[in-house]
Design a protein around this ligand. Structure first.
Ligand code: ADP
Length: 187
């Protein structure tokens, strides 16, 4: 009987950061991935961007500086969680390379695996999905500073996977992330 059947798989933790525009599919993929990881016996947790902003970073806004601080703080928590054998999923936009790189560096220094998944769904597709109504709100002039529209999103050049969800099923997207985790020996 495999360890998975005993429900006691001793695995390394890691931070799996899903970066990309609002509506790209970061949360949806994370939620589906969590189910699969749990089924396989992994300890997992999720640091959801919107939830974190209500507690850990409620003092921050959406300026470049605040967005960078937001990502750095989340990165700190994720590393602590990951170093204790948990797969920490982080579906957070993280638009600036500087902040993503700083989180990666923190992990490298600590010897904690860090995986960057770029959920690279185009802004056109994200705006069409408009899950939270933000694209319509921006278009109507009711808000500004929407990532990928009138606020920067710096495409990662060092992602472990670039995943465009357009024309892919959720299962296919999760499979693609799983393959990366498998190649890294994390699942
Ligand atoms: P984000 O967390 O990146 O802001 P969400 O996960 O909240 O985005 O929303 C993504 C939307 O796209 C959901 O409504 C989801 O059902 C849809 N979607 C369509 N195809 C896919 C796919 N292949 N992977 C993930 N989401 C998809």
């Amino acid at each position: 009987m495999s360890a998975a059947h005993l429900g006691t798989v001793a695995t390394a933790g890691a931070t799996i950061w899903l970066t990309g525009l609002s509506g790209a599919g970061k949360s949806t993929i994370s939620e589906a991935l969590i189910v699969r990881l749990r089924e396989a016996g992994h300890r997992v947790d999720i640091l959801d961007g919107d939830e974190v902003r209500q507690v850990l970073t409620a003092d921050l806004g959406f300026s470049r500086e605040d967005r960078i601080t937001n990502v750095r703080r989340i990165g700190y928590v994720a590393e602590v969680v990951a170093r204790n054998g948990v797969l920490a999923l982080v579906p957070v936009i993280a638009p600036y390379a500087e902040a993503r790189d700083s989180v990666r560096e923190r992990h490298e220094k600590a010897g904690t695996p860090f995986v960057l998944i770029h959920v690279a769904t185009s802004v056109e597709v994200c705006a069409e999905r408009d899950v939270k109504g933000l694209y319509a709100k921006q278009k109507a002039g009711l808000m500004s500073g929407l990532t990928g529209v009138d606020d920067p999103y710096e495409d990662p050049t060092n992602a472990d996977l670039r995943l465009d969800t357009a024309g892919r099923t959720l299962d296919e997207s999760v499979d693609a992330v799983w393959a990366v985790l498998s190649a890294r020996g994390l699942v």
